[in-house]
Design a protein around this ligand. Structure first.
Ligand code: ACO
Length: 432
């Protein structure tokens, strides 16, 4: 028999329906609570609130499980690539050969940035934060493709395939152009015959008269890094995309909002913080012992970056994959990065330490991903931008779920007002 729930307010019981997801996740449905009782649920930060039903990603933080459309992240990381996983996340199934080819073709056709859009870059100072540039240039796609961005669900869904491909492909090209603009280098245009990640690396690192051709292991490492970030359930930026999308705002606008949310250091910025932490340990000649001792003092500023996670309380399955891939890549490229040695020592020491064990603090995906990006030649200032390229399919899939839900309503939480009670307008004494 399905369990039931009720809430007791004063001496009255109010029955509440119970929902169960396909993986057994349970929820009490409080949608009618306010109408029936006058009460709302208070859940600052929504840590205990389900804002939607979603068929995209399943995450079990207690058991370190992450699956996209049912497929474990470990299998995708080892058997798939970023573009195929993007297709799976957006469309729900792995593509057959014909669909994979058509999707890849759309991405290639829409990789370039038109001359008119290129001029936007010149309006920014060369020292502009890359994420600020990325979010605003992606927002401008709505102005460049108004027919795909009508702010009408039905019309925008009719051109969704094209809008999705434009977004994935151009976010990557814009990212490479931001890098080159900031370095004062001429733009390198995408090549039609290159796969997605190879093309990105080509646009980033080609020098005058010297085409950059990515080593297979380099392109593979980037592919895996993007794939591991492709979606992550209702995180801060994805919830933002859904919120903005729920107002019927178009895909480009919603993705741009997701990029803004990702730019915060508590979300997308942690990967660069890890590298800065490792570098400062190295510069100070510490082996990590002093840093661990300081991290245990409980100050937010001194935390062991890349450790702990808001939902994973056992291990982050992505961290294991990234850790192995990091070591593998550095070996293959013959790089001896002293920061990797420090990271491994820190991990080893922390995983034996009761402070971290008792608080269930384990390495998260960011702990080793910065070292991989460094080995690929990507500067720290671009780390969060790389995360954004990876997360784009997840944002797109979530926007589509919102747009295609006939019973969807605008996201509009409530609040508990704690400001002044009603008072009269009185002109300040010093005002004429
Ligand atoms: N180093 C040292 N102590 C820590 C750390 C850490 N990295 N993370 C949490 N703690 C401690 C806290 O001080 C607290 O201790 P207390 O119980 O004695 O007060 C306890 O562990 C629980 O901490 P919370 O802040 O409640 O954990 P929460 O789940 O809210 O935070 C977070 C998760 C923000 C990820 C946190 O672990 C953190 O700041 N980690 C470092 C930053 C980081 O790596 N972020 C990337 C996350 S992954 C991603 O976004 C892709």
């Amino acid at each position: 028999m399905a369990p039931t729930a009720s809430i007791r307010l004063g001496d009255k019981d109010y029955p509440l329906p119970v929902m169960v997801g396909t993986e057994g996740e349970k929820a009490v449905d409080v949608r009618k609570l306010r109408a029936e009782t006058g009460y709302i649920c208070y859940d600052q930060g929504y840590g205990n609130t389900g804002s939607c039903e979603s068929a995209i990603t399943y995450l079990d933080g207690d058991n370190g499980i992450l699956r996209h459309r049912g497929i474990p992240i470990e299998q995708l990381a080892h058997k798939s690539d970023f573009v195929e996983t993007a297709y799976l996340i957006i469309y729900g199934e792995l593509p057959n050969a014909e669909k994979r080819k058509a999707f890849g073709m759309l991405l290639r056709q829409h990789a370039a940035i038109e001359t008119q859009m290129q001029r936007i870059f010149e309006g920014y100072p060369t020292k502009a934060p890359p994420m600020a540039m990325l979010s605003s240039i992606v927002a401008s796609l709505a102005a460049h493709y108004p027919d795909l961005a009508t702010n009408n669900f039905e019309k925008d869904l009719a051109s969704f395939e094209l809008a999705a491909a434009i977004t994935i492909s151009k976010v990557r090209t814009i990212a490479a152009m931001i890098y080159r603009y900031q370095k004062g280098l001429p733009y390198v245009f995408p090549k039609q015959d290159l796969p997605f990640c190879d093309n990105f690396l080509h646009m980033m690192f080609t020098e005058p008269y010297k085409d950059y051709v990515a080593e297979p292991e380099v392109a593979r490492a980037l592919n895996m890094l993007l794939l591991l970030h492709a979606d992550h359930e209702q995180n801060c930026s994805t919830a933002t995309v859904r919120t903005v999308g729920s107002s019927a705002a178009n895909l480009f606008t919603a993705v741009s909002a997701g990029i803004c949310a990702l730019s915060g250091p508590l979300h997308g910025g942690a990967n660069s913080a890890v590298l800065q932490m490792l570098q400062s340990i190295y510069d100070e000649g510490d082996d990590g012992t002093r840093f661990i001792a300081a991290a245990k003092q409980g100050s937010k500023a001194g935390r062991l970056m890349g450790f702990g996670h808001a939902v994973y309380r056992n291990f982050d399955p992505r961290a294991r994959i990234v850790g192995e891939a990091c070591e593998d890549l550095l070996n293959k490229l013959g790089i001896k990065d002293p920061l990797l040695a420090i990271a491994k020592k820190l991990e080893e020491a922390a995983l034996k330490d009761d402070y971290f064990l008792s608080r269930k603090l384990y390495p998260n995906v960011d702990f080793y991903s910065g070292i991989i990006m460094r080995a690929l030649g990507i500067p720290v200032s671009m780390f969060t931008v790389i995360f954004a390229i990876g997360r784009t399919p997840g944002w797109i899939a979530n926007w589509r779920e919102v747009a295609a839900n006939p019973k969807g309503r605008i996201y509009r939480p409530r609040q508990i007002y704690v400001g002044p009670v009603k008072r009269d307008y009185v002109l300040m004494a010093d005002r004429p």
